[in-house]
Design a protein around this ligand. Structure first.
Ligand code: C2E
Ligand code: MG
Ligand code: MG
Length: 395
């Protein structure tokens, strides 16, 4: 049977002609037939219009190097997935992977030279099922302000739900609700095209109200059916500085019959403002009412110990950059480990997001993470799909 990745159209980018021919030969041996090559970033840029599924990219090249090329790639409308290969040390490959992910490029992984057939195959097989889906990325260019405004009142707000499971027992604990915006053409697009637009304009309040209403109505229905779970919702700082935020959330909960202790409000660490007083008072009032509060994407911002101590967080959610592939990335692993330790000392729950492989899950379990979330458990799902998933997940 031929694997999905054998159908990929692959571009090999390396300044060394000998390397290019070796890598191309190895790819052929793996059953990949559509292979082209380029000698540096410039040449690769010219090739991109041909629509590749996968790029194997050397980091160190004269002319345009691999890092510089990432900017070109992220600006390009087609978005092949990426494998780095390099003779540089592992730390540089790790940094390159992170840079690429910051640019929303889908990175499969890195190969240290010498490249071998086994190394390529392992990467392709390990990630192949996800890759075809990550290639069709949810990110797209931002909507206009008018499109967002029309969509909020026009029923564009659709929520998907991603399971969060107990890392030790794997029992379903709750879900995170994530925005999937329905375009007039019926396509679903990710939050990145919508939320930033709303944040820059006066639309974020109305959008958040819509999102929270859809999410809590769903949760209320599930709880009424006896489906016991909690729900995490993402909030922008722009929401939390609104004077009416507490009353707004209370109003939605009253209408949906959900109690606050079933709800976790996720606030992204890097958004925490310098002047914390408004956010601090809103979050403290919400915590007093029984809402759980999570610090999301932990590790990507610069919260001081002082901030962590002052905010009424009940959950620390470690960013996927320190979870996915952490076993092979000593610096990511170190941050993961100390974040789990910090949560334990603060006596709050630790959640690891971005668990994509069994190895990620096992490492998190070993380190004592409380809750696991990621593609390895499940992708975000529509409400119906989530119900089906939950039935088959119960062991
Ligand atoms: P987040 O809160 O950190 O949500 C997790 C993101 O990681 C989601 O992306 C999810 O689909 C993705 N993810 C989950 N598991 C994995 C995995 O194993 N591997 C990888 N690579 N990714 C995984 P999504 O849905 O595109 O959301 C992106 C961000 O947009 C969210 O990050 C959150 O900050 C924001 N967002 C989403 N929905 C809302 C919303 O309703 N309101 C607000 N204010 N922000 C939202
Ligand atoms: Mg979140
Ligand atoms: Mg997150």
């Amino acid at each position: 049977m031929s694997a999905d990745w054998q159908q990929f159209k692959v571009l090999v980018v390396d300044d060394d002609a000998f390397q290019r021919s070796i890598v191309s030969k190895l790819l052929k041996q793996l059953g990949i037939t559509e292979i082209a090559d380029a000698e540096d970033g410039k040449a690769a840029e010219a090739e991109l219009a041909k629509g590749y599924d996968l790029l194997l990219l050397d980091l160190n090249m004269p002319g345009m190097d691999g890092i510089e090329f990432l900017n070109v790639l992220s600006a390009h409308s087609s978005s092949p997935s990426l494998i780095f290969f390099s003779g540089e040390d592992g730390r540089i490959l790790e940094v390159a992977e992170e840079l690429a992910r910051d640019l929303s490029i889908s990175v499969i992984g890195s190969i240290a030279k010498p490249v071998s057939k086994e190394k390529i195959q392992r990467l392709l097989e390990q990630t192949a099922p996800q890759m075809t889906q990550t290639t069709a990325r949810l990110t797209q260019s931002e909507l206009t302000e008018d499109e967002v405004r029309a969509g909020i009142s026009g029923g564009a707000i659709t929520m998907f739900y991603q399971p969060k499971v107990d890392a030790q027992t794997l029992a379903l604990r709750g879900v995170e609700s994530l925005l999937r915006w329905q375009t007039p053409e019926g396509a679903l697009i990710g939050p990145g095209a919508v939320i930033p637009v709303a944040e820059r304009t006066d639309l974020i309040q109305a959008l958040t109200l819509g999102i929270f209403t859809v999410s809590m109505t769903q949760l209320g229905n599930w709880l009424k059916q006896g489906f016991e779970l909690s729900m995490s919702c993402n909030f922008s700082i722009a929401d939390l500085v609104q004077p009416e935020i507490v009353e707004m959330l209370d109003g939605v909960l009253a209408a949906s019959g959900v109690s606050p202790d079933k709800v976790t409000l996720e606030v992204t660490e890097s958004q925490l403002p310098e002047d914390v007083s408004k956010v601090l008072s809103a979050l403290t009032r919400l915590r007093l009412r029984g809402y759980e509060i999570s610090i999301d994407d932990f590790g990507t911002g610069f919260s001081s110990m002082e901030q962590l101590r002052r905010f009424p967080f009940t959950e620390l959610k470690i960013d996927r950059a320190f979870v996915n592939g952490a076993e092979q990335k000593p610096s990511a692993r170190a941050i993961l480990e100390s974040s789990v330790d910090l949560a334990r000392r603060l006596n709050i729950r630790s959640v690891a997001e971005g668990i994509e492989t069994e190895a990620d899950l096992n490492l998190c379990r070993t380190l004592g993470v409380d809750v696991a979330q990621g593609y390895y458990v499940s992708r975000p799902l529509s409400s119906n799909a989530l119900e089906d998933w939950a039935k088959s997940w119960q062991l």
